[in-house]
Design a protein around this ligand. Structure first.
Ligand code: SF4
Length: 440
């Protein structure tokens, strides 16, 4: 179910399969940023026309499509091959908002942001706030479902987006293949609740590449693992069937990385949050996973100062994070969201106590994280290059998700390395968040 309030974009794709790949790329980015797609011009806030200019007939068809969109909607961005002839387009259709060329999806997205911004809502967006800037060409978010069947008391997503609606596996795999064909080297699997993928469809069979596949997380992970790209799993809750993913990580099929928003370590706070409260089981599971896949990187987020959180609950949270020894942690002081049921809970925590607890939490986690990074020194690893500068490169290892985790900073620059390349490095040092490395 899509968000009724999201900005709606209409899309017309003309031309060859290459153009279709570009269209897919733009549509994926639009969806990941929270835009919804409109099947009609009239309902759209903005229309993108991806044109073809290969032969005269295609030029004519493209100009006609632009004209039709302008008549019906009025707010049109033009991209694709005909974009090279911007003057001609503007001459025929002076009202077009922007014109960009072929394969210029980053410019298209900038144009969309300019004319129809998608306000970032930290409570509903799957993409981190910094993610509103475009993902570089070599990684992309792959959204596998919308909505959520849980009813966490601090969250309004189910109210906004409705219950879980999974995308059939064939559709997700086709999108993933197109992304990889268009140069993506890392797929970031996102949803509100990745572990629940397929539950709503009763794990229905679908056909992908001519073979029947069930719409289920482990099947999806195995199939994505066949693509020549890193596959990173986000928003995975530690349900028993997540155990099935760990051998795939140990085999190198998908990245040994799990982002699990655990939110707290005290069972009574978890109950007040209306979340599964089996803290001991989570710790056992994490221990077993690490035995099966020692390179596993675990990321989580926690909320401190939730209504009713006592000093004892907070101590349990600190014990939990120390025992779980998580690699990457984000923490937030609880703040009420309009419409969330947690707003009505008794014993709201005063702001200064929340901030004090947040600081104590972060100090403990910083220590854990430093030890974790120190343990990496001397290791050899494959990294994915994000940026190339004159005297250094910025890359990420298997344990670093873009935007939210650390980076690997490599001394030296090479003429023949470009963003999106995988290279081998040896870790030589670390600071609070990042690793330093030398090329091998
Ligand atoms: S699992 Fe909880 S926090 Fe996450 S989207 Fe669903 S209701 Fe919200």
């Amino acid at each position: 179910m899509s968000d009724q309030n999201a900005a709606k974009i209409g899309f017309v794709s003309l031309g060859c399969p290459k153009n279709l790949v570009d269209s897919e790329r733009i549509l994926t980015q639009l969806r990941a940023e929270g835009y919804s797609l409109s099947p009609s011009y009239e309902d759209a806030d903005l229309v993108i026309v991806n044109t073809c200019g290969f032969i005269d007939a295609a030029v004519e068809e493209s100009l006609d499509a632009i004209g039709e969109a302008i008549d019906a909607n009025g707010r049109v961005i033009v991209t694709g091959c005909l974009g090279k002839r911007a003057d001609e387009i503007r001459e025929t259709h002076p009202r077009v908002l922007e014109v960009t060329g072929a394969h210029a999806y980053e410019e298209v997205m900038q144009a969309v942001h300019k004319h129809q911004p998608a306000p970032h809502d930290p409570f509903t967006s799957l993409v981190p706030p910094q993610g509103i800037k475009l993902t570089p060409k070599h990684y992309a978010y792959l959204k596998i479902s919308e909505g959520c069947n849980h009813r966490c008391s601090f969250c309004i997503i189910p109210g906004l987006r409705g219950d879980l609606v999974s995308r059939p596996i064939g559709e997700v795999l086709t999108e993933a293949e197109r992304l990889v064909e268009s140069g993506v080297r890392e797929l970031l699997v996102v949803s509100q609740d990745t572990s629940a993928y397929g539950v709503d469809l009763k794990y229905r069979m679908d056909i992908a590449n001519g073979k029947p596949l069930d719409t289920r997380l482990r099947t999806l992970a195995r199939e994505l693992g066949q693509l020549p790209a890193w596959v990173r799993m986000h928003y995975v809750y530690p349900y028993p069937h997540v155990d099935d993913l760990i051998p795939m990580m140990a085999e190198g099929l998908i990245l040994p990385y799990l982002d699990m928003p655990l939110q707290h370590g005290s069972e009574s706070v978890l109950r007040a949050m209306k979340r599964p409260a089996a803290t001991e089981k989570v710790l056992d599971r994490i221990k077993r996973w690490r035995e099966m896949c020692p390179d596993l990187t675990l990321r989580s987020t926690f909320i401190v100062g939730f209504p009713g959180e006592t000093e004892d609950d907070f101590d349990q949270l600190l014990e939990f994070v120390q025992e779980a020894n998580l690699d990457r942690v984000g923490a937030f002081a609880y703040s009420p969201v309009e419409g969330a049921t947690a707003n009505d809970l008794p014993n709201q925590i005063p702001e200064e106590i929340k901030q004090d607890r947040l600081q104590r939490f972060m100090e403990i986690q910083a220590e854990i994280s430093r030890n974790k990074l120190a343990g990496q020194v001397g290791r050899e690893m494959i990294v994915l290059v994000d940026e190339v500068h004159d005297d250094h490169m910025i890359a990420r290892g298997p344990g670093d998700a873009p935007e939210v985790d650390g980076q690997v900073i490599i001394h030296g620059g090479w003429d023949d390395v470009v963003p999106g390349d995988f290279i081998e490095v040896q870790v030589s040092g670390y600071d609070e968040h990042d690793l330093f490395a030398e090329p091998k």
